[in-house]
Ligand binder design. Structure first.
Ligand code: UDP
Ligand code: MG
Length: 314
């Protein structure tokens, strides 16, 4: 691939949602492309100041909050580098690890993901649910999403180019960057505690994110209804046989309404859950069919005009 003269070697991209407390420290340790995901605090002001003082800091600001995964998508869209590194703005991913990722890229790897071998300053609940989630998604999807990786990764331009063609609305970038293939490897690191502020992923967002990950890469939840259906039918046949035998031997067990009630409630519950699962997929299909752009940019600082034109609405 020929390199245009202006293309930098590495672009580092960080999504920002209400991170006024960390931006100066982030800048002290790293020069980045910052994606403002509709922050409601002073983040955008600070980002404008950083850009004014140092043009290596570039800013893409969304018209509202579009979510973390869309923010890093925009980062990959706008970044010009031969390699693009995605990193959390809160310094939980130490910028110094980028050197290790870069070394692997120079060896010829095209996706280098950072694997958390240790986590600092997380609640046991977050640690436990994250561990469980990665193990479940590993089992029920066809692609091998590596365990305990986040979005902290370095990607070759060819990978970024491939990701640019994948405009699905409910995005699970850590899965998508595995799905594209290419030469992949991992680098272990110790995930630090947040530099300041608190997590922007409350439980509700985390659950939605987990659902997006599973539905993006697996039909297993849809098939679950079939499995449970077969199991319930088998149980029913067994129940009929047992009842007939009991009646023939003159027993009066299994009489009355309790058993009927239990069966009806159980199957009613299973059916509603199944409808809900179908609903999760249906809603996602609806979002795709609408064909809306992934994000709306309100302001972009530090990019050439034609870049703005090209990807302002994607
Ligand atoms: N973030 C974002 N949009 C959101 C939520 C989060 O851009 O709607 C950014 C946030 O500013 C941070 C990164 O995504 O840079 C990861 O979020 P956070 O650190 O809160 O998640 P956690 O590390 O607690 O899982
Ligand atoms: Mg964090």
């Amino acid at each position: 691939m020929t390199t245009p003269p202006h293309r930098p070697t590495l672009s580092v991209v960080a999504p920002v949602f209400n991170e006024e407390a960390i931006l100066h420290e982030l800048y002290r340790r790293l020069r980045v492309v910052l994606i403002n995901d509709g922050s409601r605090d002073r983040s955008l002001e600070i980002m404008r100041e950083l850009h004014a003082a140092d043009e290596r800091v570039k800013v893409v600001s969304f018209a509202r909050n579009f979510g973390h995964q869309v923010a890093i998508t925009a980062g990959a869209d706008y970044a010009q580098g031969e390699a693009v590194c995605i990193i959390d703005a809160d310094l939980q991913d130490p910028p110094e690890v980028i050197l290790d990722l870069l070394a692997k890229w120079r060896e010829g790897y095209e996706v280098i993901y950072a694997v958390r071998s240790e986590r600092e300053g997380e609640t046991w609940f977050k640690e436990f649910t994250a561990k469980a989630f990665y193990r479940i998604i590993y089992r029920i999807t066809d692609i091998n999403i590596p365990m305990d990786t986040g979005d902290f990764r370095l990607m070759d331009r060819r990978v970024v180019q491939a990701l640019r063609t994948m405009r699905e609305k409910h995005r699970f970038m850590r899965g998508m960057s595995v799905w594209v293939g290419f030469k992949q490897t991992g680098v272990h690191y110790k995930r630090a505690a947040r530099f300041a502020g608190e997590t922007k992923y409350p439980l509700k967002k985390m659950l939605k994110f987990a659902l997006d990950g599973i539905t993006s890469f697996s039909y297993f939840p849809l098939q679950l209804a079939t499995y449970i259906g077969f199991a319930a039918a088998a149980l029913a046949v067994l129940g009929i046989l047992i009842t007939i035998i009991l009646r023939l031997t003159g027993s009066h067990a299994f009489e009355g309404q309790a058993s009927t009630l239990v069966a009806v409630l159980f199957l009613g519950g299973v059916q509603l859950i199944s409808v809900g699962i179908i609903g999760e997929y249906l809603g996602r299909i609806y979002d795709e069919v609408k064909g809306r752009p992934l994000y709306i940019v309100g302001e972009a600082l530090g990019f050439e005009e034609q870049v703005n034109e090209r990807v302002a609405v994607r």
